[in-house]
Design a protein around this ligand. Structure first.
Ligand SMILES: Cc1cc2nc3c(=O)[nH]c(=O)nc-3n(C[C@H](O)[C@H](O)[C@H](O)COP(=O)(O)O)c2cc1C
Length: 216
């Protein structure tokens, strides 16, 4: 069975809400889904209970998955520092080839339109490319994807009062995109099984608790 991992950062619960919509959209495909949040390394004191419903993402989750969905809020027009930290902590496994031919799709949330979403998905896609993943963007080929004024590089959502807008349309867009995402992931299964059997497990590195640890 195809395994899809959704990793997200969330302070106020919108990306956790997106995780529920992603699970619902993937359900008809019959794949296995894990929704995992990252450890918040910035503004941890602002994290709301609604953002903490899922377990923390681990290196084992990454090794388990055939496809990655990574979603991030726009923070000062950029991806969340916590998502970036998670990506960097797992760099060694990526270098060892652990994620080769794993599929990858990026998503973003923001409070405002034209306030970083495109850059967030571009940066996530850069990480997916560096990891040797196969990017599966929404593209311009399906008009369904434009219904929420997202962009072709990764699904994106301009929040309304901190929530994913228009749940029915969001569900339609997610279903259209993720059905294709799973189909591409399944088609690449033979490549991945050859890759994964060649890569030994590589533990993640943790960010040191303070800069002093880096220089001591
Ligand atoms: C430090 C910080 C910076 C933010 N910067 C932006 C921004 O540049 N553009 C924007 O549209 N929203 C910005 N926001 C709003 C977030 O994008 C929004 O709160 C987030 O998408 C909600 O997701 P979450 O509920 O999963 O945390 C910012 C929020 C924080 C906390």
């Amino acid at each position: 069975m195809t395994r899809i991992l959704h990793v997200y950062s969330s302070l106020f619960g919108a990306n956790a809400e997106l995780a529920r919509l992603v699970e619902a959209a993937l359900e008809p495909t019959g794949c296995e889904v894990r929704s995992r949040r990252v450890r918040e390394v910035a503004l941890a004191e602002d994290v709301q209970p609604s953002a903490t419903k899922d377990d923390l993402a681990t290196a084992d989750d990454l090794a388990w998955a055939d496809g990655f969905i990574i979603s991030s809020p726009s923070h000062t027009g950029l991806l969340s520092a916590s998502i970036k930290a998670f990506i960097d902590e797992n760099h060694d496994a990526a270098v060892a080839g652990a994620y080769l031919n794993t599929t990858f799709t990026a998503m973003a949330t923001s409070a405002f339109a034209h306030a970083g979403q495109e850059r967030v998905v571009d940066d996530l896609n850069a990480a997916g490319a560096a990891w040797g993943c196969v990017l599966v963007p929404p593209s311009t080929a399906d008009p369904t994807m434009n219904k929420l004024d997202g962009n072709p590089y990764g699904l994106s959502f301009v929040l309304e009062h901190g929530k994913i807008p228009d749940a029915d349309t969001a569900a339609e867009v997610l279903s259209a995109h993720l059905t294709r995402f799973v189909a591409v992931t399944e088609a690449l299964a033979p490549l991945r099984s050859a890759d994964k059997s060649a890569v030994p497990p590589v533990p993640p590195k943790n960010i040191p608790p303070s800069a002093a640890d880096v220089f001591s």
